[in-house]
Design a protein around this ligand. Structure first.
Ligand SMILES: NC(=[NH2+])NCCC[C@H](N)C(=O)O
Length: 411
């Protein structure tokens, strides 16, 4: 199976990453909000940290593949696919005039001999100066031309691409290519669309469980494969309950589907808790990290197949999180390890820097951000094997090791 992810913890075999690139250098104070960043990372250091992350994974037997390489393979397949991609990408970036579209298309063709460069450029963004911008004559036929400046981003960067967890998500042997909450991140899902449609490794080999043209938004950070039968989905700032229904129906409509239960975790809507995995990740057969801030307000719903073919059976579960997990996972005792321990200031600070966003690469073996010293120490006291990634710059994007990785295959 080219996609096989039926657990959050079974040994990780193959993972998808994106090495942060010049898209981070096109961030400015004025665009941070819209592009979902809280600060501008220092690219060189962010790349070195990311390389260290990839190396930790390789050293632990994980095959690392890069989004940009898979996408370059797709663009190398044919000129038709390349052109279809380029025109779709230009349109989705909000470029509306024929003149600009052609200019950008021609500009991108300069990278025709090196499709990886073409892909990276599509991620970076483009300013008018690069297109050979010249001031318009004082009287011209276009208000847009007259008002433009050389530093205007005609194509926005996609700085969140290094969070490969979100634009699409592997579920069992299938994949959910997501519709995202924000405009900036919706553009990222184009790569998933092309890879699953055309890449020879994936084409026709993967069950498509959701597509980016659906009406409701759902993001991969909200999707947790608890085991082969139980899927958890966060209902959050990024994922709507209606999207969970569509996903559930798509999963259950396959008669041979192994997943028979979906647990919807209703978490508070806030920037700090944007996805379920920012407050809750599995680290061992019987252990999870959790941000204490969600333990009070958390409500969980059970979704199963309903009576009719296209129906669901949904109910609210009135129990504590530990009890719910024990019941659905069939484990005697579940331990929740609090991010920051009992210290609420540390909990909030370290959650903000993704202390509870861990990537489990085998039961009891996890990758975390080095900067979350309180949580990392606590995890070790529970005998968890903690591998730390340097994280001064990567963390400015508000995502940790789980957000920065999309498992393609687990044992
Ligand atoms: N799975 C995650 N928690 N991803 C975090 C993504 C962070 C990114 N800046 C965003 O706002 O979308």
């Amino acid at each position: 199976m080219v996609i096989n992810v039926k657990s959050e913890i079974r040994p990780l075999k193959k993972v998808l990453l994106h090495r942060p690139g010049k898209e981070l250098e096109n961030l400015t104070p004025d665009t941070l909000d819209r592009l979902l960043f809280d600060d501008i990372p220092f690219l060189e250091v962010a790349q070195a940290e990311h390389d260290a992350f990839a190396q930790i994974l390789r050293d632990n037997g994980v095959e690392v593949v890069y989004l940009e390489d898979l996408m370059a393979d797709v663009l190398n397949l044919s000129d038709e696919i390349r052109d279809q991609f380029l025109y779709q990408w230009i349109k989705e970036a909000g470029v509306s005039t024929r003149k600009q579209t052609e200019k950008i298309y021609q500009f991108m063709l300069r990278h025709n001999d090196n499709k990886k460069e073409m892909v990276l450029k599509s991620m970076e963004g483009i300013v008018l100066r690069e297109l050979g911008w010249k001031p318009a004559n004082a009287s011209t036929d276009s208000l847009v031309d007259l008002m433009n400046t050389p530093d205007k981003l005609i194509i926005d960067p996609m700085p969140n691409l290094y969070f490969t967890r979100d634009p699409f998500a592997c579920i069992g042997n299938g994949v959910s290519v997501n519709r995202m909450y924000s405009q900036t991140r919706n553009r990222e899902t184009i790569y998933g669309e092309y890879i699953f449609k055309y890449h020879p490794d994936y084409k026709d080999k993967v069950d498509m469980l959701y597509n980016r043209y659906e009406q409701y938004h759902v993001e991969g950070g909200d999707i947790l494969n608890l085991n082969d039968k139980v899927l958890a989905v966060g209902v959050s700032q990024r994922t709507e309950p209606a999207a969970v229904e569509v996903l559930a129906k798509n999963i259950f409509s396959n008669k041979n589907a192994v997943i028979d239960t979906i647990l919807a975790f209703d978490i508070p809507v806030s920037r700090a808790f944007m996805h379920l995995d920012t407050v809750f990740t599995q680290i061992d057969v019987d252990k999870f990290t959790v941000h204490p801030g969600i333990l009070g307000p958390l409500v969980v719903y059970e979704i199963k197949r309903g009576e009719g073919s296209d129906e669901l059976a949904v109910k609210k579960i009135e129990e504590k999180l530990e009890t719910i997990l024990e019941k659905y996972l069939g484990i005697d005792k579940i331990t929740l390890i609090k991010c920051g321990g009992e210290d609420l200031i540390a909990a909030q600070r370290e959650q903000w820097n993704d202390g509870s966003n861990t990537l489990c690469i085998a039961p009891g073996k996890i990758v975390t951000y080095q900067r979350n010293t309180v949580t990392n120490k606590l995890l070790r006291e529970y005998n968890v094997n903690v591998l730390e990634v340097p994280s001064a710059e990567l963390s400015r994007g508000r995502g940790g090791p789980r957000c920065m990785s999309m498992p393609l295959v687990r044992e």
